[in-house]
Ligand binder design. Sequence first.
Ligand SMILES: [Zn+2]
Length: 136
Amino acid sequence: MKKFLKEFKEFALKGNVMDLAIGVIIGAAFGNIVTAFTEDIINPFIAGIGGADFGFRIPIYGGQYILLGDFLTAIINFIIMAFCIFLMMKAVNKLMSIGKKKEEAAPSTKPCPFCKTDIHIEATRCPHCTSVLEEK
Ligand SMILES: [Zn+2]
């Protein structure tokens, strides 16, 4: 049991799991905001224009209704969510690529062209295979 708890602790404290948990929590909260935005702002606006009636129900047999309004609301929610997530992913990718460029701008090692081992950037002779390196 102790080993199990230790393994769980290692798993839970891994950066990826924490990031994922934060992502899920933010995603859920964000979903609520988008739902509220669609139902309280977008839907009355569309209904006001005289377009779709979001209380629209299609009666089918047995006194049942197809809730077209709810379905359309769900679709609009999904489109807004997908668009926002797309924008967020673009922003995150941009930030990550900036971080990568900084790393690439100041490399401290280079691969030896003869033995392919990483050696100091200013080395003129490889410490591994002793090859003399030509300055580029
Ligand atoms: Zn070498």
